[in-house]
Structures are given as structure tokens and as C-alpha cells.
Write a protein that binds this ligand. Sequence first.
Ligand code: BG6
Length: 483
Amino acid sequence: PEKVSTLLLFGATGDLAHRMLLPSLYGLHADGLLPDNFKIVGTARSELNDEQYRASAVEALKEHVPANFYDPKSALVFSRRLTYVCLDATKPEGFKKLAKTVDPSAGLAIFLSTAPTLFKAVIDGLEANGLTGPRVRLALEKPLGTDLASSRVINDAVAIAFPEDRTFRIDHYLGKETVQNLLALRFANSMFEPLWNSAHIDHVQITVAEGIGLEERGAYYDGAGALRDMVQNHMLQLLALVAMEPPADFDATSIRDEKVKVLRTLRPMRPDDVSDHVVTGQYRKGAVGGDPVPGYTEELGKESTTETFVALKAHVENWRWAGVPFYLRTGKRMAERKTEIFIQFKCVPHSIFASRGARTQPNKLVIAIQPEENIRLLVMAKTPGLDREGIRLREVPLDVGMANAFADARRRIAYERLLLDLIDGDPTLFVRRDEVEAQWQWIDGVRAAWEGAGLTPKPYGAGSWGPSAAIALTERDGVHWHD
Ligand code: BG6
């Protein structure tokens, strides 16, 4: 694939553009990674001229680029790459102006950072004005539907103008350096893979805990809930990367083929399973990091039964993972921000230390994704001493702190990698349609099962680790959440 020469950004004045996309493009510019004549055309409904848009972009950079990386001169030079076209996606005029500004035959990447309700109108407008074609690729971001059927409607509408190899579905977790590092850990080391199966692994936990609440996204979030907002995409992608078979190569087809196989082996949730496989919750008022915060419905301003927390026990039904539970949990307003994959190995088959009064614990591998990136293997060691009163064993960590190991590497926003791959035309870290559909298929089943079972969200205090039922979910199996 060839590099495109222009990025066309729909939703160019929106929150994602200001917080993530413009700072990411600035990062690529400052590192000399954007092609020399690369242009960025922003569109949105606001009536702005180029200069006004450039000024607003510079303001956004000042606010969102880390101070030690922000350079006013470089920001100014970057802003000259930007132009702006005022466009209402439901009307034809804007697209006509756009057609005069961008040349799709010179290679164009289009990023839809707008509400999905506008996708069809945008695609129709692009089509009608000659802004599609073999050298145009399209990036879109969730929410791509609220279930399998509605996601198919969106994907079908997109597919009319953009075949799958030019459709780049974003899951920003795949742009995170730490998530990509999972592949390096598993497939660039020989010591983990032989143990990476049900013979040696007792269970897996995936936690994506957030301290933040609604953040003025109530209208979207209340219609989605934690299952659709976080599990359907980010958490199932993490699960797929943990559980997939080794791909033959680091290329888009090999990696995505292996991920989709895992997603399709998730055991469908049955209504009878719900009571011991699913817990949902909704936060009440409390305190996060010492600051008092209101409850969900107060923040939202109305009554709601939307879940802001979900804990699930999932099963990957294949030869490698038979009998190994995958516990997933995510929530807003939890005790702290923490994304982590925790793998507990099986106990030694026989402890030679038992007769000396010492207890062994199973080995654990903790892959901390954020806020700190860290890989920690917990191993048993003997406590120093003469052992006159018996042997004492203790768990000690073997730590790889990535921040120290790679101290001079700048921490990039996930979107930097994804935007660069979009410009280059490398789809490896984007989600293929069959993956999205397998994800929805499983999620729809979970939802249907919990609705069938009449599950309602249990209250939890903001700043906690979720409802107590989530603790019972694992304790029933003799497993503790790793907190
Ligand atoms: C988004 C969700 O996809 O991911 C948000 O819609 C969530 O609700 C966010 O806060 C979390 O992303 P990150 O990168 O901060 O873990």
C-alpha cells in the first residue's frame, strides 16, 4: 500500500480531535514522520475559516500535548498543514466544497470522528462527489452499533464505498504500546509459550478499572453501558491477544485470523449461567482518590438502570484453554485507574516443603498496561535464615519496569501509531469486520442471557472495586481478584 497525501477529518472540532487526534498528528509532525507535503483537512459544522481553525488547533495542542514535548514554533508550522471546510453532513453543499479542496487520486485517508448516525450521510456525500475510489481509505471508530444487527447495518453502509481492505476500524487499545507488547512477551520469548495453556495456567483475569465517571458523555454512555462500551471492544481484544494461537507472521491477515478464531470459541452465555457468571453494578456516591464524587444517576441527571460496572466469567472453548476461566471486570469510578492482565499458573504438583511447614503459592504473571507499564513475574523464594523453626517461603517479584528499561522512549498516544498506520495503509492493528461481528455475537448473547435472568445492576460506592457480588463471583471458584 502507498502512503496517502491527505487526511480528511470529519468531526474536526470535536472532543476526540482536540484531545487525541490533533495532538497525535502534532507528535508525528514533530518527530518528522509526516510526509513533507502532507495536508490535514478538517471539517465540521462550525463556520470557521482556515486561520480560525488553525488557531483553535494550536489552542488544543497547548492544552493537550505534554508540556515537555510542546514547542510553539513547531505547533505553528504544524498548523499550516491544516485547512478547514465547513460542512453539514446532511446537506450536499459542503461536499461540493470538499471536492474542490481534496484530490482523492493523490491518496486520501478519511477519519470519521462523528456520531455513527452520520456515517451513512457522509459516505453518500463522499460517493456523490467523487471522493471515494481505489486510493481512498476510511477509518472509523466505535460505537459501531449497539448490537450485531445494527453493527451490520453500519458495516454494510460502509462496504458500499469502501471494501474491507480499505476500511480501518479503530480500537484504540490496539494502538497502545503496552498492548502490542503482549505480542512481544508471548512470541518473542521462548519461556512463556510452552506454559501458556490449560495444563499450566489456572485462570486469567483482565481488569480495566477507571477512576473517571461520565465526563459529559452521559447521552452516549447511558445508552451503551459498560458491557458495550468496554467489554465488546477493548477487553475482548485483550482477551484475544492473550488467548490466540501463535500467528505465523506479524501481518494483518495472520494476526487477525488468529484473533477471530478465539473470539468465535467464546462459550455463549446461557440464562442458567448468569447467576454465577455475570455481575453488573452502578456506582453510588463516594470518593475517588480522596475526592468526593456524586453517584451515577446524580451525574446523569435522571434515573437509569445502565451498568457502569460488569464482571464476567468467560470460557474459551478450545483445546488450549479448556477449563481455564477468564475473569473480566471493568467499571467507572473504581478505586483507581488500572488496566492489567493477570495470569495465575497452577500450583506445583507436590510440595517438598510441606513437611517443613512451608506453604508454596502458585506463580503469577502480572502484565500492567496502564497507568504504569510493568511486567512482573511472582516466584517463590526462601526467606533468608537458618530454618531452625522450619522453612519459610515467600513470593518475590521479578520485575521488568518498561519505563526504566526504555527510559529515553517518548510515551506516545495510542492514536499516533494508528494514524501513522492509516496513512501508510497497514491494517494490522485495526479490527476486521469478522472480529467485530464475533465480538457482538458473544456480547448480544451475554445481554440476552442477563435480561432473561432479570439481572439488575448492584450498587457500589464510587472509589471501591465494584459490588461485593463481583468478589463472590471469583471467590466461589477459590480465586481472588488481584488488587
Ligand atoms: C473508550 C470508552 O473507548 O475508552 C471510555 O468509551 C473509556 O468510556 C476509554 O473511558 C478508556 O480508554 P483509556 O485509553 O483511557 O483506557
